[in-house]
Design a protein around this ligand. Sequence first.
Ligand code: ADP
Ligand code: MG
Length: 352
Amino acid sequence: MIDRTIMSSTAAGYAIDLQNVTKIYHRRIHALQGVSMQVNRGEIFGLLGPNGAGKSTLVKIMVTVVRPTTARGMILGHSIGHKGTLARVGYLPENHRFPRYLTGRQVIEFFSALAKTDRSTRKKRAAELLDLVGMTAWADSKISQYSKGMLQRVGLAQALGANPDLIILDEPTDGVDPSGRRDIRQVLLHLREQGATVFINSHLLSELETVCDRVAILVGGKVARQGSVDELTAAKQCYQFELEPTPWPVIVAAFPGAFDFGAPPEPGFPTRGKLDENCWCEFDGLTLRVGHTDAAAVQPIIDALRRNNLVIRRMQLVRPSLEDLFFEAMTDPTTGQRALPGARPPPLPGAR
Ligand code: ADP
Ligand code: MG
């Protein structure tokens, strides 16, 4: 439906190439602390991170809603802030508020008009976009009558009004039910087929895992991981032992020196350690994981478990999910502490 004929002279290279972006709000809130990020043309890129990680700040800098403290970067081959380029970028802000007296169709037409699309094109395109996001039946109802999911669908359609080459979506599935989320995923895949680049912010991991070609994990204003879901998860393959419920001291005794900062793990938040120089391990009460991918290398671990009368229910080579990577990125490897939500807290009065 969207006729993608605009292929610019800058078709080569990255859609987004950010170098060392920092943002300090009010001289004390370090929301972004040197973010570098590359997004290929024609891919769906997911930026994930906990609340307050700086995701929205980063996209607001890209679309020039927020002024960075420092930033070097290119969007579609031009410096951030280049007006002509912004016209080729569609944006769905988080917590958007469209005037409630407009209908869905009027919202889409209004934003297309702002992008200087001519009247007949924007009418035609609004009808196509309403169909694409499954809102044709509600097109002429006031958005004050819409549910959150319907608002997000219209918000997505609005971002596509000017047939953009780059679509930036901040939490597009916020408040959307599972079937709506699936519909939105289909739209994103369709956009990629059309050759557009899609950048999505989300804290919903499963969301990104299924559609994104590449992801970055942002924690406390810094990029903790960046790469394809396959690359990131393959690097973290491990052997997993499912045990009968095992008291923490027994595990500590079975692997002396491995878990040396050892508070007992909280369920769902494993305690990490090192079996030796080259091999990480973690334990969460039922499951022991060790960073080996070679069956021969894990035989001594089986011996140690058996020597300590631990019962192994199952053993397998596993590839972690994006959620596992996310929690790993949020956990300080030396202390085992999880990052707190939000930017680095301001220093205490009198502290330097
Ligand atoms: P995310 O979208 O990942 O949840 P944000 O970019 O909204 O994160 O916020 C990052 C950090 O910056 C948070 O600690 C937030 O409180 C702070 N922050 C965001 N916007 C402002 C603002 N306008 N003024 C002051 N602090 C802000
Ligand atoms: Mg946000």
